[in-house]
Design a protein around this ligand. Structure first.
Ligand SMILES: [Zn+2]
Length: 223
């Protein structure tokens, strides 16, 4: 079958800037995010755990988890296949795509936050390259004006964060902010919520036979 002859399409819409004419407002600082191509961020393996299906995953020092299935010939991870080789792998580095994507790890909660800063009150340390404590993620919340957020690393970040927007800082990476004169913002610090509660531990003890019965509730608190 012969291809249909090409019918000329409708005329392309004129440039919106031309339509708006004099009303068109030039935006000198559009929101930009320059995440450059490059190698993934390397994070350190802290421990290994099993999911509900029995598959092993590594918990990394950034707070992310990563499955480490050994499924030759598709995925060669012989080092993750045995108890001994896994324990020898603690402390070694793994590429973390979730850090590249700047995804906040699951289960992270805000535990501290700064006062609202203006250009007059912003601590000088935030204007110079600085980092957060190991494993701690930051969230910069801009409520007025805007700021430029620059973060080193592979990939690095250079973006404008406007009023009503927020951005994250990744653990272990130096970053700084360049606020506009009318900026108002604060910083939240996020850490993993306690992974195991007292009740979790009691339930584990019960399942291991170290406790006579399952934990019971007394007066709103778990015994
Ligand atoms: Zn990560």
């Amino acid at each position: 079958m012969r291809p249909e002859p090409k019918v000329p399409g409708p005329l392309r819409e004129a440039n919106p800037a031309a339509i708006l004419g004099a009303q068109w407002v030039f935006e000198p600082t559009p929101r930009v995010q320059l995440v450059r191509e490059g190698p993934s961020l390397e994070r350190t393996i802290l421990e290994f755990e099993q999911d509900k299906l029995g598959d092993w995953f590594a918990r990394l020092d950034c707070g992310h988890i990563q499955h480490v299935r050994h499924e030759p010939p598709f995925t060669e991870r012989a080092w993750a296949a045995t108890e001994v080789s896994r324990s020898e792998s603690i402390g070694r580095a793994l590429d973390c795509i979730r850090c590249d994507r700047r995804e906040l790890p699951g289960g992270y909660r805000r535990y501290k936050q700064t006062p609202v800063f203006t250009v007059e009150t912003v601590p000088g340390a935030l204007l110079r390259a600085h980092g957060t404590k190991a494993g701690i993620w930051g969230r910069i919340v801009v409520t007025a004006g805007q700021l430029e957020f620059v973060e080193q690393g592979e990939p690095s970040v250079d973006e404008i964060v406007r009023a009503g927007e927020r951005t994250v800082t990744r653990p272990g990476l130096k970053h700084l902010v360049r606020p506009s004169p009318d900026v108002e913002f604060h910083v939240e610090f996020l850490a993993p919520a306690a992974r195991r509660t007292r009740r979790d531990r009691q339930l584990e003890d019960h399942l291991r036979g170290r406790r006579a019965g399952p934990p019971r509730r007394h007066g709103g608190r778990w015994a």
